[in-house]
Write a protein that binds this ligand. Sequence first.
Ligand code: F6P
Length: 326
Amino acid sequence: MKTFKNIGLLTSGGDSPGMNAAIRAIVRTATYHQVQPFGIMRGYQGMIEGEILPLQTTDVSNIIQRGGTMLKTARSKEFMTSEGMQKAYEQLMRHNIEALVLIGGDGTFRGATAFFEQYNIPAIGLPGTIDNDLNGTDFTIGFDTAVNTAVEAIDKIRDTAAAHDRLFIIEVMGRDAGYIALHSGIACGAEHVFIPEQQEILDEILHSIQDDQKRKKLTNIIVVAEGDEYGGALKLQQTIQKAMPTIESRVSILGHIQRGGSPTANDRMLASRLGHAAVEALLQGKSMMMAGMVNNEVVFTPFASCTKLQKPMPHDLMAMIHVLAK
Ligand code: F6P
């Protein structure tokens, strides 16, 4: 067992529902092991600027159910410079912080790796992003909530789509990742899903919509990830409209509502288990690894292997959509 007097924790990158539940688990597990947790505000930027405060167990009361992050978050460009890292290191030393727990995505882990190489500060990461685009975990903290938010919205849109016999193109978040589109699309019975990882053949989709029209299946739901090759919902609508001028279509962009709201029970469970495991892992001497959940077991994956590129895309689910929507 290692002993640390003080550890720091931060949230970085886009916030995701469940980050607060993870903060709570980290603070309470550290305190249980007589380690003093310090909250670092606004991610790496707050570390540079010395916005660091000790946290007691009562400071994390009544947050498990809240979206956002009590520590706030940011994407810091300054931390990527050697001057920024030097300032951050000096601030950690002022508070005698010997190790870190980081909640964020692969940008967060890249920052921690560069920092460790320079200053040898051990760190354990938690996957905190709605995008689910990290290898080493079946699901990231916030993904389940974001998908449920999208599903609730798409169900409502389907009511009006059916009432008017319209084609709806609904854009969900995911600049580089299509997991929210894929899961919400399947859960809502979407006819088509467009994701960045797999290019759909537009002609085939147009053909299928025309076919549906002939069969008097006039309501069509297309879910598109914002980062899809065809350029998001508005561009896709233009393309479809050009090919089929008589079809009536509408666009709905769900946007940041997917990032907020009270986390689902699944996200709270995931955040609690991983937050607890992260502190225990640091005390066991683990470092530069992400705590993830694979087949309902906590596993640790080196930061370098956590990137999206290494996460296998479930192409079988894409194929299934066309079968189920007919
Ligand atoms: O990484 C999460 C995410 O919500 C992406 O899906 C989205 O593209 C991006 O963040 C948006 O970031 P911002 O809120 O900074 O515009």
